[in-house]
Write a protein that binds this ligand. Structure first.
Ligand code: SAM
Length: 244
């Protein structure tokens, strides 16, 4: 697994140190073992886990200059939220890549967070905290509201819904990155009103193909210009039932 990840990340333009590769290996083994007991992911074949989960998660490396390990820090990002992290994607791969950034991984399913807790312990990952709850409730909690430089999310909801779930965590001037694929164009068309209500604009898109595959992916990068009105996010379930 380690060799294949090292090669695939390299093909994607990302160099992973031996120390980081070892952490990914611990994560991989726990993911496969735990998935036999309860459902964490439908993707279990080694090459697919590496490409579709690990490499895909870290492609954000090409969008920002993240972490103090880098000399040039264009946009100082110190705190990142991952909303609906599930089994830890993209949050855990990103936390391994950027060990000097603080991550908060959120999910409404406690069982999945319990799994991540074991990963943190066994892989000795120190820069992650876990929060159990629905994004709609956590976004109204002053501990998390508008406290993050960056919020990321993958495979949680359609864009108009996701914008309401995620942008409350982003500070004014911060960014939200949505991991999407072919549906982005259509979902952007449905997000005009949400973007306006939530004071966000699409800053740019980063399109890529996952190495050794023809799988198209795109990161949509939004910037938040003003504070949100107190009524957003609306109560749990409303964003999905009645998107902005
Ligand atoms: N982000 C991971 C990935 O890319 O593999 C997990 C995707 S999984 C399909 C969606 C996850 O989002 C689930 O773990 C679910 O519990 C969580 N989720 C969905 N709606 C949520 C909400 N409103 N608040 C918090 N978590 C939510």
């Amino acid at each position: 697994m380690k060799n294949y990840l090292e090669e695939s990340a390299k093909k994607a333009g990302i160099v992973l140190s031996e120390e980081k590769l070892v952490k990914f290996e611990v994560f991989y083994e726990l993911l496969i073992e735990t998935n036999k007991l309860f459902n964490l992911t439908a993707i279990t074949e080694m090459h697919e886990v590496v490409l579709k989960h690990f490499v895909d998660s870290i492609m954000i490396e090409h969008c920002f200059s993240l972490g103090q390990e880098k000399e040039k820090q264009i946009c100082p990002i110190k705190k990142i939220a991952d909303v609906g992290t599930g089994a830890g994607f993209p949050g855990i791969p990103l936390a391994i890549l950027y060990s000097d950034i603080e991550f908060v991984l959120m999910d409404s399913l406690k069982k999945r967070l319990n799994f991540i807790e074991t990963v943190l312990e066994k892989a000795n990952i120190k820069n992650v905290s876990l929060v159990h709850g629905r994004a709609e409730d956590l976004g109204q909690d002053s501990t998390y509201r508008e406290k993050f430089d960056l919020c990321v999310s993958r495979a949680v909801a359609s864009l108009p819904v996701l914008l309401e779930l995620c942008t409350p965590f982003v500070r004014v001037g911060g960014k939200f990155v949505s991991y999407k694929s072919e549906l982005l164009k259509e979902e952007l068309g449905q997000s005009k009103s949400a973007l306006s209500i939530l004071h966000c604009t699409l800053e740019r898109k980063y399109e890529y193909t996952i190495p050794d595959s023809e799988l198209y992916r795109v990161l949509a990068i939004f910037s938040k210009e003003k504070k949100l009105e107190k009524k957003y996010p609306r109560q749990a379930g409303r964003p999905k039932k009645n998107p902005l």
